[in-house]
Structure formats: C-alpha cells, structure tokens
Design a binder for this molecule. Sequence first.
Ligand SMILES: CC(C)(COP(=O)(O)OP(=O)(O)OC[C@H]1O[C@@H](n2cnc3c(N)ncnc32)[C@H](O)[C@@H]1OP(=O)(O)O)[C@@H](O)C(=O)NCCC(=O)NCCS
Length: 168
Amino acid sequence: MSNPGKQEKKLFMTRLMTPDMANFSGNVHGGTILKLLDEAAFSCASRYCKMYVMTAALDHVEFKSPIVVGDLVTFKCNINYVGRSSMEVGIRVEGEKIREKTKYHAISCYFTMIAVNEEGIPQKAPTLLIESETEQKLFNAGNMRREMRKETKEKNLQLHVGLDTMIS
Ligand SMILES: CC(C)(COP(=O)(O)OP(=O)(O)OC[C@H]1O[C@@H](n2cnc3c(N)ncnc32)[C@H](O)[C@@H]1OP(=O)(O)O)[C@@H](O)C(=O)NCCC(=O)NCCS
C-alpha cells in the first residue's frame, strides 16, 4: 500500500528504441536521448514537488556506449539535492539488449530543475528528507556540484564575452 506522507524521490522510465529515433547507421540520435532525459527529469522533479518545473541546467552528458534500435532503455532518476526552488535530479541511463540478455551503462548526468508557479516564478520545493547514509552522500555530492556550477557559470560568462564579440 502506498504511503501518502512518503516523499517520491525516485522515478524509473523505460522506452523501446524504435527506427524513427535512429540515424542512417541504426544508432539512436543523441538529441532523441537528450529529449527523453529531459522528460524523465521533468517527471521525477514535478512528481517530487507536486508542481510544474523548468529545466535550468544539465551537467555533463557523456555517451559511454552507442544506443541502437531495438534496445530497451531505462532512465533511473533520483532527487539527490534540493535547495530552495532547485532540485538536482541524477539520472543513470541503462540500455538492455533483449535477445542477448545483456545490460550496459549508457549515460550518467545531472539536471537542475526549478519548481515554478503558473507565471514561471520559482517556488519553494519541499525540503528533502534524508533517510539513509546513501541519500546523505548523494545530497552532499549534489551540494558540491551546486557550488561548482556557480563557479563554472562565472567563468563561462567571462569566456562568452570573447565569443559574443567574435560572432556579432
Ligand atoms: C530557471 C529560471 C526559472 C530561474 O529563474 P531566476 O529568476 O533566475 O531565479 P533565481 O535567480 O531566483 O534562482 C532560482 C533557483 O534557480 C537556480 N538557478 C538559476 N539558474 C541556474 C543555472 N543556470 N544552473 C543551476 N541553477 C540555477 C538558483 O540557484 C536558484 O536555486 P535555489 O532556489 O534552490 O536557491 C529562469 O532562469 C528561467 O526561466 N530559465 C529558462 C528555463 C527554460 O526555459 N528551460 C527550458 C529550456 S527550453
């Protein structure tokens, strides 16, 4: 029986990779996977905070193995860290070759999702209840990544100045 007071921190989403998702070589488009990642992050964060959310940032997507047509792909999502309105959703993507009965690790990445109201204004998300040692480690790591993101954003702003000058 479900517990109405329990926080919903995890979400698993599985999709079959179909031919319309692939390029000429049968590999699934990176962009298709990015869209599914965003959908999974949105679902996980909005179910956790019971509000709609917006994607603020996505950290480091590295495709570790090609994902091909016919693979079953599972997006394993977890709310690692919650600030005021921001939530870090960690996603581990696992591919499964149905006939070979094998699984592979395709991607790990982190989305920052922001709880918003109907006007798109950030709202306070529920405070994350830490219920195990693993959750504490995930929270601490999420907090460190938040600090790193702030530093990187500052540095990137300085670098963009050069890019903007070059392009305009
Ligand atoms: C994300 C967004 C709602 C934040 O609004 P904002 O006015 O900058 O809000 P704030 O400065 O009050 O920040 C709100 C939270 O977002 C976080 N945040 C803002 N920009 C961020 C970024 N680039 N990376 C990570 N977190 C970010 C802040 O740290 C803050 O977290 P906290 O509440 O837990 O402390 C706003 O920038 C936005 O609407 N962006 C466009 C989002 C979008 O369209 N996504 C889809 C892309 S197609």
